[in-house]
Design a protein. Sequence first.
Lengths: 183, 265, 676
Amino acid sequence: MPVNIVAFCCNWCSYAGADLAGTSRLAYPSQVKIIRVPCSCRVDEAFVLRAFIRGADGVIVCGCHLGDCHYMTGNHHTKQRMEALFGLLEFMGMERERLRLEWISASEGAKFADTMAGFTAQVEKLGKNERYAGKCFEAADAETTNTEATDTETADVEAMDVEATDAETADTETTNTKAAEDI
Amino acid sequence: MSNDTVLKMRTRAREMLASGEVTQVLAWEAGEFPNYPAPAFFKDENACGRILYDRFCTANLSKFMIEASRNEGKTLVFLRPCDAYSLTQLIKENQVNREKAYIIGVGCEGCVTVYEGEECGLLESCLVCIKTDYPIYDELIGTENNPRTATTGTERFEGVTRVEETDASARYGFWQTQLSRCIRCNACRNICPTCHCKVCMLDKESLTNPPNPLENKFFHVIRAYHQNGRCTDCGQCARVCPQGIPLQLLNRKLIKAYKPVEVQP
Amino acid sequence: MRIGVFVCHCGNNIKATVDVALLAERVREGFLWGASSVSPSVSPSVSPSASPSVTSVVFSADYMYLCAEGGQKMITDAITEHGLEGVVVCACSPRMHEATFRKAAQRAGLNPYKLEIANIREQCSWVHADKKAATDKALSLAKAAIAKVKLAKPLFPGENTVEKRALVIGGGIAGIQAALDIAEAGFAVDLVEKTPSIGGKMAQLDKTFPTLDCSACILTPKMVEAASHENITLHTYSEVEKVEGFVGSFTAVIRKKARGVNIKKCTGCGDCLAACPMKKIPNEFESGMANRTAIYIPFAQAVPNVPVIDRNHCAYFKNGKCKRCEGACQPKAIDFSQEDELIAERYGVIVAATGYEPIALDAFGEYGYHDNKDVITSLEFERLTNASGPTGGKLLRPSDGRVPKRVTFIQCVGSRDATARGKPYCSKVCCMYTAKHAILIKEKHPETDVEVFYIDVRTPGKSFEEFYRRAVEAYGVRYIKGQVGKVIGENGSLRIQAMDMLENGRYDSVTDLVVLAAAVEPSADTKKIARMLAAPADVNGFLSEAHPKLRPVESATAGVFLCGMANGPKDIPETVAQASAAACKAIGILMKDKLVTNPCTAKADEDLCNGCGLCVGVCPYGAISSEGGAFPRVVCVNSALCQGCGGCAAACPSGAMDLQGFSHRQITAEVDALCL
């Protein structure tokens, strides 16, 4: 089965590098799907874990080379955080090869394509992810679909009200999640 | 933890309440069960006779200071070295107002585990404790009797190293077994001094609703990860876990691997 | 929320690999994760009766070129006619046209931040060959964008003030031109140059191609104008040490190095130079072919025409003895106690014009540059032919002062070189300046034989080809297509071992002077400047433009503009054109009273924030502060300072801090959509 790769790419360097790979028509596996963030330091550990829960088999976080971050120090924080997170996940038994932190600049289209191809191949060797994966969610999903629907519906109604009044401070989705939990 | 020390603690507590220097005292008193003292607030000089301090006083008092420092007047709190490290972290994170605390560092010989009211040897965190100093205090009582010599500091990572040295499948199996016992009682989160978010991320937005086995594991990954660089290794989380999950391994793994953010010029 | 999805063909760019019609159809299917789909499949015709409380894609269409006027009209019409509350455009990279489509949404009355782009071109159709795989991935990416826009909140940009002052880093022709243009428009400019005089490499040149203008004659008037312009402040012998802030409000710290001479008192008489006993210091301006004194003026037309004391070679600074220059100075301008001065200044824009250097030739030992005095670089050759140079403009061999009977030029030394020792790019100016050098030699010494070893002759500019043909036809310069293997010094001459590619055989030659056209590279400080400005550079170290065609003089970092060789190899006409273009862009910002800021800033939920302050240290801009001194605290983000990196949002354990436009829920929804 093909493996799913989620890539978090920073807008200024690695996402631009991905675009350059595109402009240069450098192919890489289509299982790689990119989420754009303003800086690699936006990547929360919750996103990485969520990807595995949802069926990703590998996660790669890409940022600017150290010293070249558009936000000056952002990627230094990324480095500290991701190294701690990956180390912790490895400690808890996840295969380290499913996680990667890579620095790719806006002019490194070839490096982007090569990195994605290499990472995909590496994850393919390990196969589909079974550890800290979301299999136990399937049963839970079937039960909670209705709850989620209510959640989404009321959230959207609230969101529309928020737009109408032009005020946008209250985190109405939060309120509704809590409401859903009360059910 | 001699008799002498606890007498001095009671005296000091009475004095400070009487003079009005503090409006309450945070210490331990005898609890519901034998050899199971509980943290308590003492607001009256007469109550100070109940102040207890012995090797069964395992609770870390620093977290109670979060609320205490919001009350009127100062709080006198007795802290051992590990508790003082936790309080320092809480002050750094703007949870405790330093000016509202009067800190008396108390001598410590280590605390013991208790099973069915009987003592069963030192707590795991005391066995590998490296803290003999008091990073913050206004006064010291009984500290000349700190007989414990600090360990070299590497003993506390032995458990981590043993797990690291096994392969990924073995590690996965180990944590599957350990964390499958988690019942999300949240005791670890409640007792941890650095877990002081108003609303825990995992309550605000659960990964699924209701909590399920996978989420229990991720709860611990996320909680440990959030302590990165902040955990003071007080050992309370593992102590209070009713299921005996070795949570301190996760925190110590991060402490061992900790690297501060290196910003190059 | 009523969402509209638009799929672009981009001609054949997307259409050839992604089934755009199918994609437009499939985005309408309900696809919430879980066993059953919640959102009912909407029929292909728009149903205005779709329940307002359920999010659904109520409209979808595909179109040939969405960015064109017709495409944009389709989007704005659909927003109005179908009451769209969110829009997803599946097309090229958001870095290309997010702004375009967001402006279109705004025209139709939809908040521009309720529009998201799915990149199905650069990151899909152009990189995947299999049609099914590409279409499936495009659908995934579309779902992620839909999931993100579902949770989008309307955002409103703020405003920033603009400091009406420009900083130009680099005082060569690029920096000078940019400074003059900005100053002429009425804005104050600080021009910072690290050497003691402005002028740069152009001051070292003799004549310029293709007109053979005297370089100094066209440069010096600009130098003088820059020095005397009321809006320009020169900071020579100075370096930029630190830059903070962002467009409209940069703060820079400039170190004015101590010259040891009071600029205001000095009359430029030169008595101090004559008095200085340290006379054997290699002169940088003469590329080491002549010497200078420890107190020196870099060249005769230096601006400012004030000497500087080289403390590394001055007898006083080294052993406490001498001070003869002080004694010789009548206006008493010498000041040994002078120290470096640090000044901090605020700027609205920064222009980077840091120029180039020829590469070092240490790795090119086969040409014998370090072993033979008569093997020189092109820049050194410029000094030889220059009337103000070490030989007074006479073409004399450095070894014995004779006029060379033959001069051999070797092109592409280190350029177009795929190996690690060279540069992969073409240095652009060398073919032309070698033709120029050849012509100059022939003009002075028609009897001297001139040969040029080349790979290609590149003459793309105006009158360039004609110039080169003149060299060959009118002046008899011999061009040999071939590569030189070795240059060996022998009995006072130089033996060349080469391959002639057209004759397909060995070509050996004995020559008197060898001139190497060394590759150019960005000047040594470019990397440091790039980091200071947070301006990206490419793999070769040249400062990168935001887009090579659409934004050629702007850095990706707002408020930073690029011109000259700092941005890539180019000749003087191109440099001056680019400098004026950069100045024009800079003026465009300086003339505004307020700049619209990016509204995707961080925000703390006051109800959830417990004031732990873990976010404060993460912010590179100091935008986060703790409110008040009381307990409990709450942090507050200054949205004028926030640049929207999101580091604080990821640092916050409770999620109280969030980033607008890239919120926790939005990114989580994107992750869900991509994986399922």
